[in-house]
Design a binder for this molecule. Structure first.
Ligand code: PLP
Length: 486
């Protein structure tokens, strides 16, 4: 039974009411309900959106100190997600990850960090001055992807660093592979660790039993979700949830006041209000449809010669993991193509854009916005792609692995703020990185500020760049340079 309150959308309703009241505005934003906006912009998007692009006013409440409709909208989100407090975010899960770390650590504190963390977790550590103790996720050579962390490795890290106060995990990962939180959380709780989960890819998990268990339902203390990535939130809209007594919600609120804009977008916040209502009232039905479409496409793709699409069974066979089945990881390795090439091919020849490519795979997100025809078109394009390459001689692609073997010689904060120099990447072996270097997406740091630069990492980055990956965190791409501690 859906509680009647979940049909309410207090923030959106207040925005519409204020827009319709046609009050004379002598406040920001300067476009004044669209009257001053560029004509081309208004012609393309229509006039309505500008009428609710408002600022902090009594009628629509304040994100920094909510007492009215934003407070109620956040309370409804907390109820829907099973949280004690929920906070709306307007700079994505990025700012939520910064806030989780800032709210739970002090300079010098030890934090256990799963090494598949997004770069925003590292940025949080730079901001707070806490010191990461990394532990590694599993890697699957056949698919060429990082899986997730297994309970045994997390337990080892917990035992190895008894001084740590906080544990951060990323689950599910970009490919939808979830860690077994039900086994990890009790080990962490037994040592009184605060558990933070970057659940950027899991804002929908709570609303369908077929999906992996959500972080909050597994006992995490804090989690952040990119509502915009999977559900109806506008780009940049996310939520941070707090559950239990391990973290003071006032501390979280205070950190968010520090990190978030004092002019948050009401369009983004309204989209969070509506996305929560949509999930709470009809999430099961909408997600059920998306799951059915994804499973059907997965089965069809797995019948195409030369292609493989990752299944839940396979993922479970690789360790204690779960799979968000709305993600389709499609391996093109047996066609002697890189994922980057397949992605370009789908775009150029079929006007199909995928979420991400890596060396061996393309990743497709199926969501509540997809229709049967869309998936049918994807499968047809994949059939064409495979058909064209069938029977061609195949040189097998190398399976490139990130090494993650550099030692952390300084804390990320010390390294980030240390005097530094720019050095060609090829000459940086043995030096200490001062920046976060990632392949984006997925944005997992291959070099962390404070980490020794290993020859294997240099080789990995250069080869991936040759294959067409986008490397972030380097300077001067002609002759790639890296900021190193001087
Ligand atoms: C695991 C993970 N965490 C955090 C983020 C950042 O999220 P956002 O884009 O909402 O800021 C991403 C983005 O891709 C991500 O993959």
């Amino acid at each position: 039974m859906v509680p009647e309150r979940q049909h309410r959308t207090p923030l959106f309703d207040a925005l519409v009411a204020l827009a319709e009241s046609r009050k004379l505005s002598f406040h920001t934003p300067g476009h004044k309900s669209g009257k001053g906006i560029s004509t081309r912009f208004r012609k393309f998007v229509g006039p309505k959106i500008f009428e609710i692009d408002l600022t902090t006013l009594d009628e629509v409440d304040s994100l920094q100190k909510p007492v009215g409709v934003i407070k109620e909208a956040q309370e409804l989100a907390a109820l829907a997600y099973g949280a004690d407090r929920s906070f709306f975010l307007v700079n994505g899960t990025t700012v939520g990850n910064h806030a989780m770390i800032m709210a739970t650590t002090r300079p010098g504190d030890e934090v256990l960090v799963a090494r598949n963390a997004h770069k925003s977790i590292l940025a949080g550590l730079i901001l707070s001055g806490a010191h990461p103790r990394f532990f590694l996720p599993e890697f699957d050579p056949s698919w060429g992807i990082l899986l997730n962390v297994v309970p045994e490795v997390v337990k080892e890290a917990i035992d190895q660093y008894p001084g740590a106060k906080v544990l951060t995990l990323t689950s599910p990962n970009y490919y939808g592979i979830a860690a077994d939180l039900m086994r990890i959380v009790p080990d962490a709780k037994a040592k009184s660790l605060v558990i933070l989960v970057d659940e950027a890819h899991g804002p929908h998990l709570s609303f369908h039993p077929r999906l992996p268990l959500s972080a909050l339902h597994s006992g995490a203390d804090l989690c952040v979700q990119s509502t915009h990535k999977i559900l109806g939130g506008m780009t940049q809209s996310s939520m941070l949830h707090v559950k239990g007594n391990a973290v003071d919600p006032y501390r979280v609120a205070s950190v968010l006041q520090l990190l978030q804009s004092t002019s948050p977008s009401y369009i983004l916040m309204a989209s969070l209000d509506l996305a929560r209502m949509q999930m709470a009232t009809e999430g099961g039905k909408l997600l059920g449809k998306a799951i059915e479409l994804a499973e059907d496409a997965r089965e069809r793709i797995n019948r195409i010669e030369g292609l493989r699409c990752l299944t839940e069974e396979e993922v479970k066979g690789m360790g204690d993991f779960g799979l968000d089945v709305t993600k389709l990881t499609i391996s093109v390795k047996d066609l002697d193509l890189t994922g980057f090439q397949a992605s370009s091919f789908l775009n150029a020849e079929f006007d199909i854009q995928v979420e991400m490519a890596d060396l061996q795979n393309v990743l497709v997100i199926v969501s509540i916005g997809d229709r049967r025809d869309d998936l049918h078109r994807l499968v047809l394009a994949l059939e064409r792609l495979a058909g064209r390459l069938a029977g061609k001689p195949r040189a097998s692609l190398p399976s490139l692995l990130p090494s993650f073997e550099g030692r952390l010689l300084l804390s990320p904060r010390e390294a980030y703020f240390a005097p530094c120099e720019h050095l060609p990447l090829r000459k940086a072996e043995g030096r200490v990185a001062a920046d976060i270097v990632t392949v984006y997406p997925p944005g997992i740091p291959l070099l962390v500020p404070g980490e020794e630069v290993m020859a294997s990492t240099i080789e990995y980055l250069l080869r991936l760049a040759d294959y067409g990956a986008r490397i972030d965190g380097l300077l001067d791409w002609e002759e790639p340079k890296i900021r190193i501690v001087g």
